[in-house]
Design a protein around this ligand. Structure first.
Ligand SMILES: [Cu+2]
Length: 205
């Protein structure tokens, strides 16, 4: 979509760009939330700040593509992170952990059926990406979980996550925030964290 040269220019200017965008969206978030809680206003206004897709990141044969997240409702405690990991190296890798300034905690989750109910579960040992394989983190499947959000995510916003891999090491990954109804896999996941009343009320199946 975006020309490579464009991507490189953006990459070089990334720090100041993110800082400026963050300031803009945070300022706007306070305004919009102070006036009303309807998401239409938020959607219309944030379309102006839509970010362009980010180029793939390649580290030690591990390719990180299409990192995205979804706009959150006011007061949401959690958000999901999605991306595609392709391991073209000859060594198995593992997504172990991560950290970001949008949330207190970062976890890697899977969806699994327990007692007939689909629930999310933390992968305590991380998410394996075996040599030669592609693992997709997407709604309804494996995903990154941002827990105890420090601020809402607005469509068009971007944020950086330092993702930690067993072989590839620590890799800064820029996520783009898509609309609140975005669902790449055709369905949104339902969050069932115990302390997450806001998410329960706003998420669709
Ligand atoms: Cu989760």
């Amino acid at each position: 979509m975006t020309a490579n040269t464009n991507a490189f220019t953006r990459f070089a200017a990334r720090t100041s760009f993110i800082a400026a965008l963050a300031l803009t969206t945070v300022a706007f978030a306070s305004m919009a939330h102070a006036e009303c809680e309807c998401s239409k206003d938020q959607e219309a206004a944030t379309q102006m700040t839509q970010a362009t897709p980010v180029a793939d990141i390649v580290v030690d044969g591990l390719t990180i593509s299409q990192p995205w997240s979804r706009a959150t409702a006011k007061g949401a405690r959690v958000a999901g992170g999605y991306l595609v990991l392709t391991n073209k190296s000859d060594k198995d890798d593992v997504l172990l952990s991560g950290s970001t300034d949008i949330s207190e905690k970062f976890e890697v989750h899977e969806m699994a059926v327990t007692d007939g109910v689909m629930r999310m579960r933390k992968l305590a040992d991380g998410l394996p990406i075996k040599a030669g394989e592609t693992v997709e983190l997407k709604p309804g499947s494996y995903h990154a979980m941002f827990i105890d959000m420090k601020r809402p995510l607005l469509e068009g916003d971007t944020f950086t996550v330092d993702m930690v891999f067993k072989n590839a090491g620590k890799v800064p990954v820029k996520f783009t925030v898509r609309g609140i109804g975005a669902r790449d896999a055709g369905h949104a996941e339902k969050h069932t964290h115990k302390n997450d009343k806001a998410e329960k009320a706003t998420h669709v199946n």
